[in-house]
Design a protein around this ligand. Structure first.
Ligand SMILES: NC(=O)c1ccc[n+]([C@@H]2O[C@H](COP(=O)([O-])OP(=O)(O)OC[C@H]3O[C@@H](n4cnc5c(N)ncnc54)[C@H](OP(=O)(O)O)[C@@H]3O)[C@@H](O)[C@H]2O)c1
Ligand SMILES: [Zn+2]
Ligand SMILES: [Zn+2]
Length: 334
């Protein structure tokens, strides 16, 4: 039996310290000591739920179950949004286990543990060894944010010749700019104000447009692909005129309410809207290799892994002050 500290959401939105106990490790279970956790916009959506928060985890293996085959004590690994899948359905067999009907995902399964914690127990098959080029803190934001934006670009075959728009320069957006730029794409970034312009250009954007209060954008050549990484849905009337014929929009934001979009421009220009979630494991692994090889790293602000640190990190995110991903680290390292 092992017990560890976890941090949960609650009805009034305050962060609650609690503990979780797990029986002795079975099968391919791995006990990890959490060394870093990203704070994703999606954690905010679950903040009022009675569940352990955090799904951008990195840690060190402390113990392994009897059927663990590859990992050993001391190995550095990360994990993300998905913790298990059936392994036998069409989706699992075709390497798209993120669509498995029996998928175990953050917010729906394993609510007693997450990456806002001192430890966690996960299946070996859903853990990712970390490349030596990335520290645990650098790798953590890649486990959801990085995987999500890389997946959209990679799974749906965006070409190096594509002109790629990225709306919202937050946790996801600042990684999307880097991934698309390193893939060779021509990156156009959109942000509320000019305050993130310099950083966006340093990260690889070729062009930058501030959008607050703007009724019309003139960006010259239209974009072939638009990654929407804002925390709320954008004004589609502003962005649809920027879409090239036969282009694709990835509305990655998780926002309440229906998805409402003017549809005549979609028909007239053959614009596709492509739903996309985090990456299945093969693409996640390729994302880590690509990031390591190309020097893609998050820009981060660190906070201690305790109630006050998590509360402060989430406030910083909500206030629009995060540059660009909050990372929680164990108290002694903070
Ligand atoms: N589909 C998926 O699988 C998936 C995975 C992870 C996250 N998500 C979702 O993706 C979104 C972004 O996550 P994140 O962690 O990158 O969040 P984030 O760090 O808060 O970034 C969101 C960005 O949106 C812009 N923004 C903030 N408030 C806004 C508002 N009221 N209206 C329009 N734009 C606003 C800001 O960019 P500027 O200052 O540049 O305008 C902000 O930096 C969230 O909704 C999250 O739940 C989806
Ligand atoms: Zn996330
Ligand atoms: Zn399956």
């Amino acid at each position: 039996m092992v017990s560890f500290t976890v941090y949960k959401g609650s009805k009034d939105g305050s962060i609650v310290k609690s503990s979780t106990s797990k029986s002795d490790l079975k099968g391919d279970q791995v006990l990890l000591r959490v060394t870093a956790s990203g704070v994703c916009g999606t954690d905010e959506h679950y903040r009022r739920q009675d569940m352990v928060l955090g799904h951008e985890g990195c840690g060190v293996v402390e113990a392994v179950g009897p059927a663990v085959r590859h990992l050993k004590k001391g190995d550095r690994v990360g994990w993300g949004y998905e913790h298990d899948s059936c392994g036998t359905c069409d989706w699992c067999l075709s390497g798209r286990e993120t669509f498995c009907p029996e998928r175990a995902m953050y917010g729906f399964a394993d609510l007693d543990q997450g990456s806002f914690a001192t430890h966690a127990v996960w299946k070996e098959t859903f853990l990712f060894p970390l490349p030596g080029e990335l520290t645990d803190e650098e790798a953590a934001p890649l486990m959801c944010g990085g995987a999500t934006v890389f997946n959209a670009l990679h799974m749906y075959d965006i070409q190096p010749t594509s002109r790629v728009g990225v709306i919202g320069i937050g946790g996801l957006g600042h990684l999307a700019i880097q991934f698309a730029a390193k893939m060779g794409c021509d990156v156009v970034s959109f942000s509320g104000t000019d305050s993130k312009k310099e950083e966006a250009m340093k990260l690889g954007a070729k062009e930058f447009f501030a959008t607050k209060g703007v009724k019309e954008l003139n960006i010259g050549k239209k974009v072939d692909c638009l990654l929407v990484t804002t925390s709320a849905q954008p004004d589609w009337n502003l962005y649809l005129p920027l879409m090239a014929p036969d282009s694709v929009i990835f509305p990655l934001s998780v926002a309440g309410g229906d998805f409402k979009v003017p549809y005549m421009p979609l028909i007239l220009s053959g614009i596709r809207i492509q739903g996309s979630i985090v990456a299945p494991r093969l693409i996640h692994r390729q994302m880590l290799e690509f990031a390591a090889r190309n020097g893609i790293k998050p820009i981060m602000m660190k906070f201690p892994m305790n109630e006050a640190g998590i509360t402060k990190a989430m406030k910083t995110l909500n206030d629009g002050e995060m540059r660009y991903r909050g990372v929680l680290v164990p108290e002694q390292k903070a």
